[in-house]
Ligand binder design. Structure first.
Ligand code: AMP
Length: 131
């Protein structure tokens, strides 16, 4: 099993932001900004565009709900969405609360936040998602 599948299965710790039977959302460990979240399918699939239409549609609808929760927890202009997948071969959507387009630049230096702050950020998003 790959690292993200293990995260979704709870075998590797993560800062959980949202979940349902099929999908899981957790904080990016090296966020571009506070609230930078990854959304993944629980099942192992590398390339997002290999997903069947129905699954991809459900994935995006789940990501939308997570984005709404992120925006409520971390007021921003919009939540940006990006798919790279160059590092981890398990489909994932990056959701990033943006104040400007600069926040979406993956070449920016990443934040390294203390564990307590990461937990507090995840809890805030989880609370909004669960409303
Ligand atoms: P990419 O595959 O290019 O979209 O990049 C993978 C992303 O996953 C990067 O932003 C990493 O910081 C993030 N990442 C890698 N391992 C973990 C992990 N164990 N927990 C949370 N985020 C991770």
């Amino acid at each position: 099993m790959g690292i993200f599948a293990k995260i979704a299965a709870g075998e590797i710790p993560s800062y959980k932001c949202a979940e349902n039977d099929e999908f899981y959302a957790f904080l990016d460990i090296n966020p571009l900004v506070k609230g930078h979240t990854l959304v993944i399918p629980r099942r192992e699939v590398d390339y997002i565009f290999d997903m069947e239409d129905d699954e991809l549609a459900r994935f995006e609808v789940f990501a939308k709900k997570v984005a709404v929760a992120i925006k409520a927890a971390f007021p921003c202009v919009k939540v940006g969405q990006a798919v790279l997948g160059l590092e981890v071969p398990h489909a994932h959507i990056h959701l990033i609360p943006m104040q400007s387009e600069k926040d979406m630049n993956f070449a920016n230096p990443k934040l390294s936040l203390p564990a307590e702050e990461m937990q507090a950020i995840a809890d805030k998003i989880y609370k909004e998602f669960s409303k």
